[in-house]
Design a protein around this ligand. Structure first.
Ligand code: SF4
Length: 171
């Protein structure tokens, strides 16, 4: 969208998205037992966080305070859990962790991803130093695309392209 000025035409999916939003809101309201299970003592919902130095911003579904004083992001995904999806969701979770650390000045050792389709499963992500390095490299890659117009390679995971509006022009 930014580099080639080709819109995503998300509005064509407006009805689908609206229905999904309603469903998602109801699902989130029912997740108190997850928070109890992981020792959450406080939660903030839909938290906007931004950092100039990290070059990141986003809205985190839930920012949790845990009983040991550390904090953790909890993110909802309205898909089934799949290994190949988990890798991208994990990078997002790590980026959220970096934003929480900087914004709240608290340690963030782990995060959670709730896969809410067809029942629900909660995945715990324990962050390693290498995860933070990988996430920073990913941000650098994205800025290389935006600032230098570098054209990225097509993903080697074809399943990611099924629902992509750029699949007819992506090589
Ligand atoms: S078609 Fe696949 S590789 Fe290309 S932009 Fe879409 S998801 Fe990415």
């Amino acid at each position: 969208m930014n580099c080639l000025n080709i819109p995503q035409h998300e509005e064509l999916r407006y009805k689908v998205l609206k229905g999904r939003e309603l469903h998602e809101r109801k699902e989130k309201e029912n997740r108190e037992y997850f928070r109890k299970k992981i020792g959450c003592i406080n939660k903030e919902l839909s938290v906007y966080v931004a950092s100039g130095s990290l070059r990141l911003r986003g809205i985190i579904d839930e920012v949790l305070t845990l009983s040991d004083g550390s904090m953790a992001p909890l993110d909802y995904k309205f898909t089934e859990y799949r290994d190949f999806l988990f890798e991208t969701h994990k990078v997002q979770s790590v980026l959220y962790a970096m934003l929480i650390r900087e914004t709240y000045n608290k340690p963030v050792y782990k995060g959670y991803i709730c896969y809410a389709k067809d029942g629900a499963s909660l995945k715990e992500v324990i962050y390693k130093d290498t995860d933070f390095e990988y996430a920073k490299d990913t941000v650098d890659d994205i800025f290389r695309v935006i600032l230098r117009g570098y054209y990225p390679k097509k993903t080697s995971w074809p399943n990611r392209c099924i629902d992509c509006c750029y699949k007819n022009i992506c090589v």
